[in-house]
Design a protein around this ligand. Structure first.
Ligand code: HEC
Length: 123
């Protein structure tokens, strides 16, 4: 084996557990901050908020059978969730959709970035 391959292999071996740890931390954060109101698994029932599985693959406000607030529907109907919109949403849902009933705000940009990555991974 070429030394460069060995080094690449070593780096990968060192990086993968770190990434897995980061994923686990993001999942914990999401469970603590969103889990009371949202389910994450495919086909899981809605809670106070809609199920978030595949959220970036479908238009906003399209979880089947969920009764979104009027404010949410007015502001977000037909829009797509992406990292930028999710970040704005978590920072201040009322600023994105005045009248929304999601009562949550996250001022810490690092935590929002972790939460957005986690939500995007739900596919
Ligand atoms: C106190 C309950 C509550 C908490 C906590 C909460 N949400 Fe929500 N969320 C809601 C409700 C209710 C809605 C629907 C809003 C409406 O209809 O106005 C919603 C809507 C959403 C939507 C839009 C879903 C769609 O189908 O378009 C996303 C995305 C979302 N929440 C993400 C999150 C994330 C990520 C967290 C955690 C960081 C979180 N929420 C925390 C209650 C909550």
């Amino acid at each position: 084996m070429k030394p460069s391959h060995l080094i690449a292999g070593l780096l990968l071996a060192l990086t993968l557990p770190a990434l897995a740890q980061e994923d686990a931390a993001a999942r914990r954060l999401a469970l603590n901050h969103c889990g009371a109101c949202h389910s994450f698994g495919e086909g899981e029932a809605a809670r106070q908020g809609p199920n978030l599985h595949g959220i970036t693959q479908r238009p906003a406000g399209s979880a089947e059978g969920f009764a979104y607030s009027e404010g949410f529907r007015k502001a977000l109907a037909g829009r797509k969730w992406d990292a930028a919109l999710l970040d704005l949403w978590l920072a201040d849902p009322q600023a994105v959709a005045p009248g929304t009933v999601m009562l949550y705000r996250q001022d810490d940009a690092d935590k929002r970035a972790q939460l957005v990555r986690f939500v995007e991974s739900l596919q």
